[in-house]
Design a protein around this ligand. Structure first.
Ligand SMILES: C[S@@+](CC[C@H](N)C(=O)[O-])C[C@H]1O[C@@H](n2cnc3c(N)ncnc32)[C@H](O)[C@@H]1O
Length: 218
């Protein structure tokens, strides 16, 4: 995404902190482009679980991948900021943001995104969320997960330091609960009948992040 498009999206947000966050994320995080590549070529709606301020919806629209987008997040401040941004962009007809917990997903089928969210749930809630995300897939849909995975390496330690600062700053109240291993992620998805692919996706960050793509067997 070019500089001007990044600026245009950032200007939709009120607070300076959010504008800076948006510019940084759009410039340095490859997850939005990776998601766009995976949903390209289908008109399926997208359910974005833990959507934060709705950045993925605005990114997809700006990059020509418009589709019905529904984001849910339990942080009311982020949802309000996102709704305002969507209204300013004139996209309220196709982008909806809803204040809800991940356990209250709306009944829709399409693609599903779960970007940097899973570790905010305790270990015992993660398999249920993965199964529920799988249930929201259309036959041609894909479940796109990005998460830090628990591994014995320095990248994983760097992630834990970052989480400490995120929690202290109040950006994510509660903070990380449990980073899953690749096996913990894979098992419930395969049990749900999905084919699972896991690959590193770090961009320019030092964090131990992976992209997990799960699809119904064809
Ligand atoms: C690191 S942010 C990622 C935001 C967005 N997915 C993105 O990549 O731009 C994690 C988000 O998960 C949300 N979240 C964490 N636990 C949640 C829960 N139980 N229900 C709904 N949202 C949750 C947080 O409020 C936060 O907005």
């Amino acid at each position: 995404m070019d500089h001007r498009s990044r600026q245009r999206i950032a200007q939709l947000y009120d607070s300076r902190l959010q504008r800076g966050y948006v510019l940084g994320k759009l410039a340095g995080d490859p997850v939005y482009a990776a998601t766009a590549a995976l949903v390209a070529g289908t008109a399926l709606p997208l359910l974005d679980i833990g959507c934060g301020i709705g950045l993925l919806g605005l990114y997809l629209h700006a990059q020509g991948h418009a589709r019905p987008y529904l984001g849910v997040d339990h942080d009311a401040r982020k949802i309000v900021a996102g709704q305002l941004a969507v209204q300013r962009a004139g996209l309220a007809a196709s982008i909806s943001l809803r204040h809800a917990d991940v356990s209250e997903l709306p009944p829709m089928h399409g693609h599903v995104a779960l970007l940097d969210v899973l570790h905010y749930l305790p270990a015992e809630r993660q398999p249920a969320l993965l199964r529920e995300a799988a249930r929201h897939l259309a036959p041609e849909g894909c479940l796109i997960i990005r998460n830090v995975l628990r591994e014995p390496n320095w990248r994983f330690q760097a992630t834990r330091v970052e989480e400490f600062f995120l929690r202290s700053s109040g950006w994510i109240p509660g903070g990380a609960q449990h980073y899953p291993t690749a096996g913990e992620l894979r098992a419930p998805l395969e049990d749900a009948g999905l084919e699972v692919r896991i690959e590193p996706l770090r961009g320019r960050t030092p964090f131990n992040s992976y992209l997990v793509v799960a699809r119904p067997h064809r």
